[in-house]
Design a protein around this ligand. Structure first.
Ligand SMILES: NC(=O)c1ccc[n+]([C@@H]2O[C@H](COP(=O)([O-])OP(=O)(O)OC[C@H]3O[C@@H](n4cnc5c(N)ncnc54)[C@H](OP(=O)(O)O)[C@@H]3O)[C@@H](O)[C@H]2O)c1
Length: 257
């Protein structure tokens, strides 16, 4: 049986996992990342494009789980970034946006919306190719008073724009519907919140689902990347409730029967 199609017994009783792509040989450029269909079987290299609260929180969360994380920035030797690397420990490093994109088998995009196109250009199209790119951005416009609005919506979205700017990446909208303090191991007395995701590539969504599960998030797949038109306004609802209540102690959960 070809390595790429090998079926492996899961350590979890009763389940099998299909290796979707072979692990690239040492020294070969990684065309496709290595992952399992619904549960990660090994630690990934994760490239995080963005050093704001979202980038650092998610990078710290994945490093704490044993994944090797490189955070990308314009200034890898800057004080904020070097302090984060030192505090986070052995699994953390910093590089340029291009270095972080090249390093990651899976990538996170956590940039100021207005800088996102430039960051993706700096990251380099080939460094993004074939990789799941978790897009946490929201295209927010702040007027100075009251909650922000969206720079794009209804017939387009940031998620779709990101996919156009990074056509070879497998963009999965993720992490945009909740404040960063809840992004790792969300804990609410009334139950677990859900992470809504969307994207065009099913395999990338399975990788993202497995990564979200490691951070304590059940995921709900809302469909293709066009569903970002729904998930980005959902972030505005989260922000509106933040403005009204004065705190960010909320997240979304879908009830089913
Ligand atoms: N804050 C939250 O809780 C939250 C929750 C959900 C979604 N989001 C969304 O997640 C994204 C990240 O938010 P954030 O608050 O963590 O960080 P942010 O302050 O919005 O963005 C920080 C990142 O943007 C980069 N950046 C800013 N201006 C740039 C420029 N001119 N050229 C290149 N790069 C530039 C910075 O690069 P350097 O590292 O080089 O400085 C930094 O890495 C945003 O789109 C936001 O709407 C935020």
């Amino acid at each position: 049986m070809h390595e790429a199609n090998a079926v492996h017994e899961s350590p979890r009783a009763g389940a099998t996992f299909v290796r979707a792509y072979p692990r690239p040989a040492v020294g070969c450029p990684a065309v496709k990342p290595f992952f399992w269909s619904d549960n990660l079987m090994s630690k990934l290299k994760i490239g995080v494009l963005g050093t704001g609260d979202v980038g650092r929180v998610l990078a710290s969360g994945f490093a704490a789980l044993g994944h090797d994380v490189m955070i990308g920035t314009r200034d890898p030797k800057g004080e904020k970034v070097t302090a984060w690397v030192e505090k986070t420990g052995a699994h953390a490093s910093a590089g340029t946006f291009a270095e972080a994109a090249a390093f990651g088998e899976a990538l996170i995009l956590a940039t100021l919306w207005t800088a996102t196109e430039s960051v993706l250009r700096l990251a380099g199209e080939e460094n993004l190719a074939g990789k799941p790119l978790m897009d946490a951005t929201n295209p927010l416009v702040f007027s100075g008073k009251g909650p922000p609005t969206l720079a794009v919506g209804h017939t387009d979205s940031a998620g779709e724009q990101v996919q156009r700017w990074a056509p070879k990446a497998n963009v999965v909208k993720c992490f945009n519907i909740v404040g960063n303090p809840h992004m790792v191991n969300p804990s609410f007395p009334t139950g677990k919140p859900d992470m809504f995701i969307c994207g065009d590539d099913e395999t990338a969504k399975r990788t993202v689902t497995a990564l979200c599960a490691e951070l304590g998030w059940p995921t709900i797949d809302a469909g293709n990347i066009e569903a970002s038109r729904l998930l980005e306004p959902l972030a505005l609802l989260w922000i509106q409730l933040y403005f009204r209540s004065g705190n960010g102690g909320h997240a979304f959960s879908l009830l089913r029967k």
